[in-house]
Each structure stands twice: as structure tokens, then as C-alpha cells.
Design a protein around this ligand. Structure first.
Ligand code: ATP
Ligand code: MG
Length: 418
């Protein structure tokens, strides 16, 4: 019986993994430049963590979370995002006593959404969280990090910036927004009507065409920020300008999660079609406290690796070639054993190489060498073993270079990387 993979959960095959490794390698490199250190937390947490940390009113917890009872003992959930678990670990291990911390993570997340292009049930996020600093320059620094990351990968993205207010100014705004939207309920889509009660800010985020006239006319939080939020927002912009990071202010940008205050940002790309967001972030100054830690401000973002991979692919950014330096082609039994020995020697010296233990026709072995992306092929038979001399054939230029077998490792190591 053939058993298929689970709907909305994808395999990343070896041909594509090179791109993923590149995204992750560059992330590690850039994040280190900014002082972020990696944390690894479990894929499973108590369901309660997300109910409290993400918010019961959010779609993520409400509709999309994979929850299961572990042998009748406790209610667990596959993590739908990385922030709640990271904050839990931050609190559980008392990391806050050491002062401000900058952490990052990468790994699979799970949401039972309707699978479509750019939206899956298992997907992967890379995210950063900075704890312990409430000042706006931290926000700007983190946004600059994301911009740097995209620049290093060689792709562009649009950066949208907003402030979602805080406990001082948001409640009054939400009341005003609810009253306005309630008055025009008839013009809203069913999702918006549903969110109106549970998560009114999220209504502003609706992409349904028929809702747009109502949403464009909605009262604007940016015009109703309290002094603290206004100054914070202005300082973030001042710092971004100083850093040369380009952004657009988008008063309708909100984050779907309850714990966000002040800075909200998002990166989008036209290469993605309708699921245009590749990364989203924001400040969550009350989250650590909500999850039982001491009052600790924080700001973080998460980016979707599947969507970033799509952007890179669209932009024609090929991952670095990963073929072996040399492929040994054996002409006879003696050559086959010599190939095995030489391959082991090269590998000990850190040089990637390969061979086909089936031996067989030279032509077939050369074909195999090309298929695995080898740079050179080297034929070994009794004659080469006797003389200690062989020919290294460049598989793209077809040029042949004589080489002493004893000098093979040194010769390959001295070549400039292609
Ligand atoms: P969207 O509006 O696209 O649903 P979101 O607000 O749910 O996004 P976040 O929870 O902020 O997204 O997650 C950050 C990033 O993770 C998104 O910008 C996206 O790149 C990625 N992401 C979120 N959900 C999925 C999914 N189901 N499949 C693939 N990537 C996802
Ligand atoms: Mg979503």
C-alpha cells in the first residue's frame, strides 16, 4: 500500500535543500553580526501556552492549532509560532536575570489552515526576539537586521511600518473602531463580522475587495496615539532614516496577535502573489509578564522560509553548486579498488569526491559524473595504478590535465573555487 504525505506538509528534496541551507546560513551569519544567539525549543508545548501567549481570540489558536490530549494526561499543541515557546524558555531558565538578551530560532511550525500556494500546514520560520529593552532604537536595529538579511540574499522586499498603540491609547481607539465598523456591518465580509467582536483590530487587515471602502474610511489609530506611542514611533523612524532603511508607513498594518504594542512591521513581496507577506514583526512589551515572567519589554519578528524560497527562486537566485570536486571513473577491477582508496584519502583531506561502485562502461560512469555535478572526472585502471599518473578531465571545458596520483589532493586543494 502506498501512503502519501500529509496534506499541506511538504517534503523539501535534496535539489531544493541547497537553497534552504543558504537561507539559514546567511541568517546565522547576519544575526550573529547583531548579537542574536540561537535558541532551540520543542515543537510541542502545553496548549495553554499559546492560548495565553498568542491569544484565544486569534485565528491561530481558535481555528488553526493542532491540539491533542497526551494519553489523557495533558493538553498539548504543535507550536503554531515560535515566540510563545521562546518566551517560555526565557522565563523558565531565568534568562532575564542576565539583562537584555537577543535570541533567534528556526524550525517547523504547524497551523491547520487551508493549504494553498505559500500557505501550508507545516511551514518553517526563522525568527528573532530581543528582550529587556523598551527603547525605539532597538526596534530600528532589528528592522535594519531584516533589511540587511534580505540585501545579503540579494532580494528586495517592501517594508511596511505602523504603530498599534498601547494600553494607554488603544482601548479608546478600539471602542471607536468597533462603533464605526458596527454601523457598516452590512458591507463587511463574514470573516470581518466574526472578527469585529473577537479581534476588531484585525478587521483592518482584511484583503477582501468589497470590504476596502469601509476599511479605508475607518478611524485611524496613527492619529490617536498617546504621547508615549507617538514619540516612540517618531524615534523608530528617525533611527531608520539614519540607518538608510527604506520603509512605508501603513496605518492599516496590524499584527494578528494580541500581545503586540507600538511598533508593527511587515515585509511583503510582489513575487508572492496573494500571500504577499514574507515576514512580520512587532513589539510585545506585556508578553513576558502575561506568561508569568517579570515585566520585560520585547520585540520580535518571524519570516516564512517557504515564502522566502519562492522569492529567491523567482529572482533567479540559484543556490551554490554542491557537486563533488572529482568523480573517479574505474576502468577495471584494479582501478576500482584504487578509486575507493583515493576517494577515502581525498575525503580525509576535506575534498568532496564520488565514484560509482557498480563500475561498468566508462561512458555510463562519465554520465554519472555529470549528473552529480562533479567538476572533474579521473579515470583509474591498472595502467594508472602502475604509472602513478592519471588525467584529470574538466567536465565543462573537456580539457585534460595530467596529474600524479600522489599529488592529487594537493592539486585539487590548490584550485580556486569555481
Ligand atoms: P498571513 O497574513 O500570510 O496569514 P500571518 O500573519 O499569519 O501571515 P505570522 O503569524 O506573522 O503570519 O507569521 C510570519 C510569517 O510566517 C508570515 O509572514 C509567512 O511568511 C509565514 N507563514 C505564516 N503562516 C504560514 C503558512 N501557513 N504557510 C507558510 N508560511 C506561513
Ligand atoms: Mg495567517
Amino acid at each position: 500500500m502506498k501512503i502519501a504525505g500529509v496534506k499541506g506538509m511538504n517534503d523539501v528534496l535534496p535539489a531544493d535543500v541547497a537553497r534552504w541551507q543558504e537561507m539559514e546560513r546567511v541568517a546565522r551569519e547576519v544575526f550573529a553580526l547583531y548579537g542574536y544567539r540561537e535558541v532551540r525549543t520543542p515543537a510541542v508545548e502545553h496548549a495553554q501556552l499559546f492560548a495565553r501567549g498568542v491569544g484565544e481570540a486569534t485565528d491561530i489558536v481558535n481555528k488553526e492549532m493542532y491540539v491533542f490530549e497526551d494519553k489523557g494526561e495533558e493538553l498539548l499543541a504543535l507550536r503554531p509560532e515560535g515566540t510563545a515557546g521562546t518566551v517560555r524558555a526565557f522565563i523558565e531558565h531565568g534568562a532575564y536575570v542576565e539583562g537584555p538578551q537577543k535570541w533567534f530560532y528556526m524550525g517547523p511550525m504547524f497551523r491547520r489552515e487551508k493549504p494553498q500556494k505559500g500557505r501550508y500546514r507545516q511551514f518553517h520560520q526563522i525568527g528573532c526576539e530581543a528582550f529587556g529593552i523598551a527603547e525605539p532604537f532597538l526596534d530600528a536595529e532589528q528592522i535594519a537586521l531584516v533589511a540587511d538579511y534580505f540585501a545579503r540574499l540579494g532580494v528586495g522586499a517592501r517594508l511596511k511600518l505602523n504603530s498599534v498603540g498601547d494600553a494607554a491609547c488603544r482601548p479608546a481607539y478600539l471602542a471607536e473602531l468597533k462603533a464605526y465598523l458596527g454601523g457598516r456591518k452590512a458591507e463587511l465580509c463574514p470573516d470581518c463580522i466574526d472578527r469585529l467582536e473577537r479581534n476588531p483590530l484585525r478587521v483592518l487587515d482584511c484583503k477582501v475587495e468589497s470590504c476596502q471602502p469601509v476599511l479605508n474610511g475607518a478611524p485611524r489609530l496613527l492619529e490617536r496615539l498617546c504621547d508615549g506611542c507617538r514619540t516612540h514611533f517618531d524615534q523608530v523612524k528617525v533611527a531608520l532614516d539614519a540607518l538608510g532603511v527604506r520603509y512605508e508607513v501603513d496605518g492599516r498594518l496590524v499584527r494578528g496577535l494580541d500581545y503586540y504594542v507600538r511598533t508593527a512591521y511587515e515585509l511583503t513581496s510582489d513575487a508572492l502573489g496573494s500571500q504577499s507577506a514574507v515576514a512580520g514583526g512587532g513589539r510585545y512589551d506585556r508578553l513576558v509578564e502575561t506568561l508569568g515572567g517579570p515585566p520585560t519589554p520585547g520585540i520580535g519578528f518571524a519570516l516564512g522560509e517557504e515564502r522566502l524560497a519562492m522569492i529567491l527562486e523567482k529572482a533567479g537566485k540559484a543556490p551554490p553548486a554542491q557537486g563533488p570536486a572529482v568523480f573517479f571513473v574505474s576502468a577495471d577491477a584494479e582501478g576500482a579498488l584504487e578509486a575507493l582508496r583515493r576517494a577515502a584519502e581525498l575525503r580525509r583531506g576535506g575534498i568532496a569526491c564520488d565514484l560509482d561502485p557498480r563500475g561498468g562502461k566508462l561512458k555510463a560512469q562519465f554520465k554519472q559524473a555529470e549528473r552529480v555535478g562533479a567538476r572533474y572526472a579521473l579515470v583509474l585502471g591498472g595502467a594508472e595504478v602502475q604509472s602513478g599518473q592519471a588525467k584529470l578531465k574538466d567536465l565543462s571545458s573537456r580539457e585534460e590535465t595530467p596529474v600524479a596520483l600522489a599529488q592529487l589532493a594537493g592539486f585539487l586543494a590548490s584550485l580556486p573555487r569555481p
